[in-house]
Ligand binder design. Structure first.
Ligand code: CMP
Length: 142
């Protein structure tokens, strides 16, 4: 069945002028973009999005980076979207990402890794709702 996932083109992706190239790869891989916007997160909104990581040692660094410039969240739709998107982007640490993946090709570090991808359908729904209202997701016909 068609599935949805939430991605964020992170501030490093935007700063490196890679919005077009990364979006092209996403679409080339068969994902349909059903919502998209550019937003500047604050420490509060970035911290809220990554609340599950609040106790991690890298939380402060993560929040600082994610609020350092605009980013581009998108809701993507495809069969098996969650797993297929994670395959497309590669491992969190670009040094461990498979050749030809988005992170292997463009990411500098585990923190500045170009894109986020939801780790489950359930989390994808929660994450999508963090950025998009019903009426901002085109296929929802709200
Ligand atoms: P993401 O998939 O967006 O979700 C959590 C993020 O935390 C992850 O991508 C990484 O960018 C970031 N992260 C994970 N481990 C570390 C780390 N050791 N140092 C800095 N950031 C990290």
């Amino acid at each position: 069945a068609a599935e949805r996932t939430l991605t964020i083109l992170k501030p490093d992706c935007v700063k490196k002028n890679l919005i077009g190239e990364v979006t092209r790869r996403i679409q080339e891989a068969g994902f349909k973009i059903v919502a998209m916007k550019m937003v500047r997160l604050t420490s509060d909104t970035a911290g809220g999005f990554y609340a599950v990581h609040r106790e991690r040692p890298f939380f402060g660094e993560l929040v600082e980076f994610m609020s350092s410039g605009p980013c581009v969240p998108m809701v993507l739709e495809k069969e098996n979207a969650v797993a297929d998107f994670r395959t497309l982007i590669g491992a969190t640490n670009p040094a461990e990402a498979d050749e030809g993946t988005i992170r292997a090709d463009f990411a500098d570090s585990v923190g500045e890794n170009i894109v986020h991808g939801s780790d489950s359908v359930e989390n994808g729904k929660i994450e999508s709702a963090y950025f998009f209202s019903e009426s901002e997701v085109v296929a929802n016909k709200a």
